[in-house]
Design a protein around this ligand. Structure first.
Ligand SMILES: C[S@@+](CC[C@H](N)C(=O)[O-])C[C@H]1O[C@@H](n2cnc3c(N)ncnc32)[C@H](O)[C@@H]1O
Length: 397
């Protein structure tokens, strides 16, 4: 049976996410702001959880209606057949997000939904589910607009960008799904050499290595749907087996990541090892080395792609005053050593091209959490960079 699902993702990656979802069999794709609606069976939804590099969550809609006040919301939650998916022995947590919702208190609506679910189970089974703030078995998400309310079950549990390898992190790590988005937007493919000279915890390099190996991002983690009726089972085991069989441990790649801090580089290596990439570190397909970005050199061979998020804003180290000067020197190094390369930099600082005395050939608006960023592309030519800027459909000032 086809259900309606909503896949949440970082703003700016919706079109790419729709492509990903289509590849796992999703239908009637509706890219929106910060997510994509789609239809499909449970198998499609499980495949989306397992294979999507860009989604943060996959939500399954279980009820929807017009409402006037919180009594209508209670009634809808009371009528919803929750017992189809979980029982009174599961722990639950209810959350809500709203867009132009006229209710005075969203928190009160959340409370009423929780009451309704518990009252329904008390009537049916004489017992009610407990509420768990942390790691509930079942997460119920309500979405309230001006006059409609929808209930969703969160199939992911922990956000999907958590791939199961990150324990330690460097300064301001990128979320894994944003790192995947940067790789996809840049047009990087595994046959191209990849360099990240500001690698921090190694997110971009590790994500790229998994992409090159065709390793599904969800292979090393669990999902909330595993505790729901109608999910899991043979279909899930087949999806897992198929994904495991597709991993190519011998995939060719050249990925060079570095950071000025040797401590951070050590942590990135640990992350890579936990991500199952030790063989790649050993045979040199993937490397993490301490190096100042002002002194990084390009690996030999055909020019490749450089992708990084250099330090910016208050979170940065060294502090912002010195970043301008540093980025000017980084630009000199890129001009001297990376001729022919595409260099892509994610930053919240719109003045970065000016600081680097470079003209961007593309500029894409993205959000790193709540921080509005630009993903700048610079086409590196030796000496000065005089290319005119290409027209960019996703450009904004
Ligand atoms: C925003 S963080 C990068 C985060 C990384 N993408 C991740 O996901 O973990 C910026 C990194 O730049 C490093 N850094 C600062 N100045 C540098 C320089 N001159 N050369 C190389 N790395 C530098 C910092 O140590 C920090 O790890």
């Amino acid at each position: 049976m086809a259900n309606f699902y909503y896949a949440v993702c970082p703003f700016g990656l919706e079109t790419l996410l729709a492509d990903e979802l289509q590849r796992v069999g999703a239908e009637r794709l509706e890219p929106g702001k910060g997510g994509v609606g789609f239809t499909g069976g449970h198998e499609t939804a499980m495949a989306a959880c397992l294979h999507s590099r860009l989604a943060s969550r996959i939500l399954m809609r279980v009820a929807e209606a017009e409402y006037w006040d919180s009594r209508d919301i209670y009634d809808l939650a009371r009528r919803t057949p929750w017992e189809k998916w979980f029982g009174p022995d599961h722990t639950i947590r209810v959350g809500a997000s709203a867009n132009r919702c006229p209710l005075e208190s969203i928190d009160f609506a959340v409370l009423r939904i929780k009451d309704a679910v518990c009252d329904r189970f008390r009537d049916l089974a004489g017992r009610r589910p407990d509420v768990a703030r942390h790691q509930p078995d079942v997460r119920i998400e309500a979405y309230l607009t001006y006059d409609r309310v929808s209930f969703y079950l969160d199939l992911a549990g922990e956000s999907l960008f958590k791939r199961g390898w990150r324990l330690t992190h460097g300064e301001a790590p990128l979320k894994e799904n944003l790192a995947a988005g940067l790789l996809m937007l840049s047009g990087w493919t595994p046959e191209k050499t990849l360099v990240d000279p500001f690698c921090g915890s190694g997110t971009i390099a590790i994500e790229a290595a998994h992409m090159a190996m065709n390793a599904a991002p969800g292979l090393n983690r669990r999902f909330a749907f595993e505790k729901l009726e109608g999910f899991g089972g043979e279909a899930w085991q087949e999806l897992l087996e198929d994904a495991r069989a597709r991993v190519n441990r011998h995939a060719a790649m050249t990925i060079r990541a570095s950071d000025i801090s040797s401590l951070v580089v050590g942590k990135a290596r640990e992350n890579a090892a936990r991500a199952g990439l030790t063989p790649l570190l050993e045979d040199g397909r993937l490397s993490f080395e301490p190096c100042d970005a002002r002194a990084v050199t390009a690996p030999e061979g055909t020019p490749g792609v450089l992708i990084a998020n250099p330090p910016y804003g208050e979170q940065s180290n060294p502090k912002s005053a010195s970043i301008n000067a540093m980025m000017k020197d980084v630009a000199s190094n890129l001009k001297a050593n990376f001729a022919g390369w595409s260099a892509w930099l994610l930053t919240s600082d719109r003045t970065l091209p000016g600081q680097m005395r470079l003209k961007e050939s593309r500029k894409i608006v993205l959000f790193n959490g709540p921080l509005e960023c630009r993903f700048f592309r610079f086409d590196m030519v030796a000496g000065s960079n005089r290319r005119t800027r290409a027209k960019d459909t996703q450009e904004a000032n």
